[in-house]
Design a protein around this ligand. Structure first.
Ligand code: HEM
Length: 402
């Protein structure tokens, strides 16, 4: 996708940039393609046992798109769409221009850690006459008292998660995915988010969210021996949902932060709500960011070091019979509401092998007694079955749709 490789007639002789050749045109002569920086050159594999975009770090730019199949699009059309989308994702993630793409949006950039991840919502199975293969794990999520969900921005037959460390590369993928939906599927909703840019901090560190907290510290690590069992459906899965072998379930929540209220809290109160220090993410029981929180520690005044309603206490596996998930989120900001409050928060994605052993029990508990929930509104929700990855020549979801 390097510019010189596709610049046609202008290629060998150099390229004039700057629009119409007037007095103010600046001339840029590009003789040899300069090597891409680390950020642009980084790529993640499309083919594999698992889809990309789950266990790998969340990128700087993210787009989530949900589509509904057209009324006359059944299983065959859905299979053809998944083949088109998979081929495009494979090309883009390898830094290649897909055949027929003349958008030019990402011409000069490398793959920039692009990932494109596909999932199926509950309604997909009715539309494709595959209800008998629908996993029990796709039962609708229970209602939670903190929910203020907008059904138009929730769920959907198909879900696509796009992430890249370059905004143009991410948009390019979004645009091609939308174009290729053609007459088979219509966009239902779209959300965009962001994370810190690689290189913005002196050394790599856990990112912050829009409340200013270091977020992601106590996520399960890919090096943990129990990681695959928690996050992925076993590869030897049998039964009606064996097509989900190596897959995972994504719970997607658009969570608005009530920032005007939150920012009025003192630093001490903010830290108590989470149970960690804001500056460096260390637990209030002591140590550094990576020290294991001591939920039993009592201060000299007799109070718990990590308060009874602190987010990290209520959400921890220790308080939820081991329930855990991988949180891989993007922040979002979509302007301001009528009252001037930022329409901003977290596009929260929880990944797990079974939502009933991950998101659901933890959110139930948070709903009852989490100090942080007072400053949040869950505004949209989706639950998607994200199949395992595929081999070259195959497409994502082939084991379900073929
Ligand atoms: C931990 C923020 C929503 C589950 C944390 C931490 C922060 C945080 C700052 C501590 C650092 C870390 O370990 O990552 C937020 C914000 C949210 C949010 C700002 C909403 C906008 C949720 C939701 C869930 C959840 C909806 C699940 C239903 C967890 C879990 C931990 C955690 C499991 C790790 C607890 C531990 O074992 O230490 N969150 N969170 N969070 N959060 Fe949240």
């Amino acid at each position: 996708r390097r510019l010189l490789g596709t610049a046609g007639a202008a290629g060998a002789a150099g390229l004039v940039a700057g629009g119409a050749a007037g007095a103010f045109a600046t001339e840029t002569v590009r003789k040899d393609p300069a090597p891409l920086t680390g950020v642009g050159a980084a790529s993640r594999p499309f083919y594999g046992v698992h889809q990309a975009g789950i266990a790998d770090p969340a990128q700087t730019c993210g787009h989530f798109l949900a589509f509904d199949l057209a009324p006359d699009a059944g299983r065959k059309a859905a299979a053809a769409l998944m083949r088109r989308w998979s081929n495009t994702a494979a090309d883009l993630m390898a830094g290649k221009t897909p055949k027929g793409d003349e958008t030019g949006v990402a011409l000069d950039a490398g793959p920039s850690s692009l990932t494109v991840t596909f999932g199926f919502g509950r309604t997909f199975f009715d539309r494709t006459d595959l209800t008998s293969k629908r996993p029990d794990a796709l039962e609708p999520l229970p209602d939670f008292s903190a929910d203020a969900l907008d059904s138009k921005r929730s769920n959907g037959d198909l879900w696509v998660q796009i992430g890249s460390d370059d905004a143009l590369v991410a948009f390019h993928a979004l645009r091609l995915i939308q174009q290729q939906a053609g007459n088979t599927a219509r966009l239902r909703w779209q959300m965009s988010g962001f994370n810190r840019t690689p290189g913005a901090t002196a050394q790599p560190m856990t990112g912050r969210n829009l409340m200013g907290q270091i977020d992601g510290t106590n996520n399960p690590k890919t090096s943990d021996p129990g990681f695959p069992a928690k996050i992925y459906v076993p590869e030897d899965r049998s039964g009606t949902d064996e097509w989900m072998a190596g897959g995972s379930y994504a719970v997607v929540r658009r969570i608005r932060m009530l920032l005007d209220t939150w920012e009025h809290l003192s630093l001490e109160r903010q830290e108590k709500v989470i149970g960690r220090r804001k500056s460096d993410g260390a637990p209030l029981s002591g140590g550094t960011e990576t020290t294991r929180p001591d939920l039993n520690k009592v201060n000299s005044d007799g109070a718990l070091a990590i308060a009874g309603d602190a987010h990290i206490r209520v959400a921890s596996p220790a308080s939820n019979r081991g329930a855990s998930m991988l949180r891989r989120a993007f922040s979002y900001h979509d302007g301001f509401l009528d009252d001037g409050a930022p329409d901003a928060g977290l596009l929260f994605v929880a990944w797990q092998a079974d939502p009933l052993k991950g998101f659901v029990p933890v959110q139930r508990k948070l709903d009852r007694g989490d100090g942080l929930s007072r400053f949040l509104r869950h505004e949209a929700s989706g639950l998607f079955a994200v199949p395992g990855g595929c081999k070259p020549g195959e497409y994502v979801g082939q084991r379900l749709l073929e």
